[in-house]
Design a protein. Structure first.
Ligand code: FES
Ligand code: FES
Length: 191
């Protein structure tokens, strides 16, 4: 059994001192020691992308590249500045990627979304005007069981300013048919 030790993690612009076992993953430290549950625990073995966070060298002003927190040891993340989904929005509100995902209706259950949005943010930081194949390649490590990906790719293009949403979400309700607007007789059912 390996002993616990004090480590320092730089998360969303704040330093955190944690006493964790040497085998603690960055994902476990985020979720269970710091309560940052936006990073999801999907496969827990590097296959699904749900745990994606951004990592840059400490002191860098860039948000950096997408990494998988479930296969990164917390102890090895001490030299990194980590951005999780909780830190993506800025003082002026949602990140354009978050806004575009909402505008395009690019989510259903939402489980994949933190990782998906952070991978998209990493792509747009290094390639502000990506082609569709570049978007597909950048998100190829993030699996989504719900959306079929089309809306997700659209949202990244919207965030990049390459297009407008094809249909804004939430979709407007249809007007009720005329017959529905007539007064209905309600019969009380007495048990
Ligand atoms: S939880 Fe699936 S890649 Fe990390
Ligand atoms: S929205 Fe459900 S897994 Fe992607």
């Amino acid at each position: 059994m390996q002993k616990s030790g004090l480590i320092h993690l730089w998360i969303n612009g704040e330093d955190h001192a944690l006493a964790v076992p040497a085998q603690r993953t960055l994902l476990e430290a985020l979720r269970y020691d710091l309560g940052l549950t936006g990073s999801k625990q999907g496969c827990d073995k590097g296959d699904c992308g749900a745990c994606t966070v951004l990592a840059a060298p400490r002191g860098s002003t860039a948000r950096g590249e997408a990494i998988l927190a479930c296969i990164t040891l917390a102890i090895d993340a001490q030299d990194l500045a980590i951005t999780t989904i909780e830190g993506l929005a800025g003082p002026s509100g949602l990140d354009p990627v978050q806004r575009a995902f909402a505008d395009c209706g690019a989510l259903q259950c939402g489980f994949c979304q933190p990782g998906m949005m952070l991978s998209a943010r990493a792509l747009l930081d290094r390639t502000p005007l990506p082609t569709l194949p570049q978007i597909q390649e950048a998100l190829s490590g993030n699996l989504c069981r719900c959306t079929g990906y089309t809306k997700i790719y659209e949202a990244v293009q919207v965030a990049a300013g390459l297009r407008a949403p094809s249909q804004r979400a939430p979709v407007q309700s249809e007007r009720a048919a005329a017959s529905d607007s007539k007064a209905q007789t309600v019969t009380e059912i007495v048990p």
